[in-house]
Design a protein around this ligand. Structure first.
Ligand SMILES: [Zn+2]
Length: 181
């Protein structure tokens, strides 16, 4: 739980809820990684296909986090779907940034993690393991129109929620003015 909650936080949460619903729409059932079928699939990915190792640095960890390969936000609009989730250690879960400060896509991130560790020879095999995961779980290959639709809806949802949150203070001030004084 965030200590300091902003209008952007609520807008980002709404975008993630939308990307979760779209992912589940393609999957055909819910993907709650905390219980039931969703949890079983997640454990199969984490401990089976990735052998309890971080998908980026390859180290074995007992506290692996869920990483969305295509980022779970309105810029990369990665879906919450088994094909887009891989285990990741805490430090690799912090995306590297490009020179212009934007976040790297997953391939560049993986390349930088391997370079920093002096393990460029394993880059191809780790990349392949992530590509195999997309394929194994049939991650939807959205066409350009579908991608555009997801991007437009996520952007609009973000702006609407942010605007509504910000309007709330003005509304409160108006009501306070009208009734309290
Ligand atoms: Zn790692």
């Amino acid at each position: 739980m965030a200590i300091y909650n902003t209008a952007s936080d609520s807008a980002n949460t709404a975008v993630r809820a939308f990307l979760t619903k779209v992912g589940e729409h393609y999957l055909g059932h819910s993907f709650n990684t905390g219980s039931g079928k969703g949890k079983a699939i997640w454990l199969e990915i984490r401990d089976g296909h990735f052998a309890s190792c971080c998908a980026y640095c390859g180290e074995k960890h007992d506290k692996l986090q869920i990483e969305h390969v295509f980022m779970f936000n309105r810029t990369e609009y990665g879906l919450h779907h088994p094909g887009n989730t891989v285990p990741c250690c805490k430090s690799c879960n912090k995306r590297e940034r490009n020179p212009d400060k934007s976040y790297c896509d997953w391939v560049s991130h993986l390349k930088l993690v391997c370079e920093k560790r002096g393990e460029t020879e394993v880059f191809q095999s780790r990349k392949q393991a992530i590509l195999d995961n997309f394929k194994r779980y049939d991650y939807p290959n959205l066409n350009e129109n579908e991608k555009h639709a997801v991007r437009v809806i996520a952007g609009s949802l973000y702006e609407n929620i942010k605007t509504e949150s910000e309007k709330s203070l003005n509304l409160y001030k108006q009501l306070d003015e009208a009734f309290v004084k």
